[in-house]
Design a protein around this ligand. Structure first.
Ligand SMILES: *[C@@H]1O[C@H](CO)[C@@H](O)[C@H](O)[C@H]1NC(C)=O
Length: 385
C-alpha cells in the first residue's frame, strides 16, 4: 500500500497504517511546520511492506537513515495516493500532484515548464518528502517529471542520480493531439549512422501515430528497426542514410480527430565516426638549398566525409608563398573509404624553410595536428641516408 511506503518510516507520529483521507490533510499541515534540521527518527524496518531492498544499510554517521528506494506517488483528487508506474495520464485542466520521498528532493520538469510555468507550478519540500503541484494543466505540459533524492552532508547536497524516479505524464488534450511547439518547422541534421529523433510528442498515449513524407506524399514504413516509434519520444531513425532526407511530419489520430505535427526538414550530412587521423611525410627530411620539397598530409576516412587541411610552416611569418594541392582518392577494400590528401609544395628551398611543418586536419568530429621536421643543408649534394 502506498500509504505505508510513504509513512512507514515515520517514528514519532507513528501513523497507524490505516490512515484515511481526512487525516492526510492534517498530516500535510504538520509536515509543513516541521523544522527541516531536526534529527530524523530511525526507520522502523518491520513496518515496511515494501518488497524493495530492505533498509538494512549499515549506519553511516553523516547520513540520516534514508530509505534505499525512492518512491514517487501521485496524489489523486480525493486525496488518494497511487504509486506511479512509467507513465500516467492526467486530464487536461486537472491538477497534477506528485509526492516523492526524500529529504530533500529536487525535481526536473519538461523544458517548456522550466522556462515559463506562468505560476502554475509549485514545489514544496516537507520534512520527508517533496511535493510538486501543477495546476490548470494543458497538453503542452506532457513530458517527463523526475524526482532526485538529494544526498546531503551538512549543507552540501548533491543529486543521487541512481535513485532518481521518473514518470512520464500525458495530458490528453481533446483539441491538441501533439504537444505544441513554437516552430512551424524544424531543421534536423541526419548524420550518417547517428540515431536521429523526430520529436513529435503526442499528448495522449492512445493516439495512433504515423510518419509521412511530404514529397512524394507517402506514409513512411516504421519497421521498429530502421525506424521506430516511442510514445514518450517520437520517431527515431536509427542509422540515417541519404534516402531518409527530405520533409517529414507525423500524423496522429484519435477518435474523429486527425492532426499533423510540425514539419521536420531532414538534412543529410556525411558524418564521420571519429576525428581525422592525419599522417604526415616529407619527401625528404633533409633538403639542399635550391631543391624542391613536398610535404604530404593524408587522412583515410569514410567516403564523402569532408576533411579540411591547414598548414603551418617555417617560412610563413616572412610571407613565403607556398602551394598546396588537395585530392581525394578511393581506398580499396570493402568499406566505403577514401583518402584525402593535401600536398604542400616548396619550390627552391631556402634556409628559412628549415623547421617544423605542421598539418592540421579537421572534420565534423574534431581536429588533429601532426608535424615533421625538415632540415635545410647547404647547396652541396645532400647526404642521403
Ligand atoms: C487556474 O485557472 C483558474 C480559472 O481559469 C484561474 O482563476 C487561476 O488563476 C489559474 N491559476 C493559475 C495559477 O494560473
Amino acid at each position: 500500500m502506498a500509504l505505508v511506503n510513504l509513512f512507514g518510516s515515520k517514528g514519532k507520529r507513528a501513523l497507524s497504517t490505516l490512515l484515511i483521507c481526512a487525516v492526510i490533510f492534517e498530516l500535510d499541515a504538520q509536515e509543513q511546520r516541521t523544522t527541516p534540521g531536526r534529527k530524523p527518527s530511525k526507520p522502523k524496518l518491520g513496518k515496511s511492506t515494501n518488497k524493495g531492498p530492505r533498509a538494512v544499510t549499515p549506519k553511516i554517521k553523516a547520513t540520516p537513515a534514508v530509505p534505499a528506494q525512492t518512491v514517487l506517488t501521485q496524489v489523486l483528487n480525493r486525496r488518494k495516493f497511487k504509486k506511479v508506474g512509467e507513465t500516467i495520464s492526467v486530464q487536461t485542466g486537472d491538477t497534477l500532484e506528485l509526492r516523492c520521498r526524500g529529504k530533500p528532493v529536487q525535481w526536473s520538469v519538461p523544458k517548456y515548464l522550466e522556462e515559463d510555468d506562468e505560476g502554475r507550478l509549485r514545489i514544496v519540500q516537507h520534512e520527508r518528502y517533496g511535493v510538486l503541484t501543477l495546476v490548470n494543466t494543458t497538453g503542452a505540459d506532457t513530458g517527463e517529471y523526475t524526482c532526485y533524492p538529494m544526498y546531503c552532508e551538512d549543507t552540501d547536497c548533491r543529486k543521487e542520480y541512481d535513485k532518481a524516479v521518473k514518470v512520464f505524464v500525458f495530458f490528453p488534450d481533446p483539441q491538441e493531439l501533439f504537444v505544441p511547439t513554437s516552430e512551424y518547422y524544424e531543421a534536423i541534421q541526419l548524420r550518417t549512422n547517428w540515431p536521429t529523433l523526430l520529436p513529435c510528442q503526442v499528448t495522449s498515449p492512445e493516439a495512433k501515430v504515423t510518419l509521412h513524407r511530404e514529397f512524394p506524399p507517402v506514409e513512411v514504413a516504421v519497421d521498429g528497426k530502421e525506424i521506430s516509434f516511442n510514445v514518450k519520444r517520437g520517431f527515431t531513425i536509427h542509422r540515417p542514410r541519404p534516402h531518409h532526407a527530405g520533409a517529414l511530419f507525423c500524423v496522429a489520430s484519435l477518435g474523429n480527430l486527425r492532426q499533423s505535427s510540425t514539419k521536420y526538414m531532414l538534412i543529410y550530412v556525411n558524418y564521420p565516426m571519429a576525428p581525422p587521423a592525419p599522417v604526415i611525410q616529407a619527401s625528404s627530411s633533409s633538403v639542399a638549398v635550391g631543391e624542391n620539397l613536398r610535404v604530404i598530409c593524408s587522412v583515410v576516412g569514410e567516403q564523402d566525409v569532408v576533411v579540411e587541411f591547414t598548414w603551418e610552416y617555417p617560412g610563413q611569418q616572412i610571407g613565403r608563398p607556398l602551394y598546396t594541392q588537395e585530392s581525394i582518392s578511393p581506398v580499396g577494400g570493402g568499406a566505403a573509404r577514401q583518402q584525402s590528401q593535401s600536398v604542400l609544395l616548396v619550390d627552391e628551398v631556402r634556409d628559412v624553410d628549415q623547421g617544423a611543418y605542421t598539418c592540421t586536419a579537421q572534420n565534423l568530429q574534431g581536429v588533429k595536428s601532426v608535424f615533421t621536421n625538415v632540415k635545410v643543408v647547404p647547396n652541396a649534394k645532400p647526404k642521403k641516408p
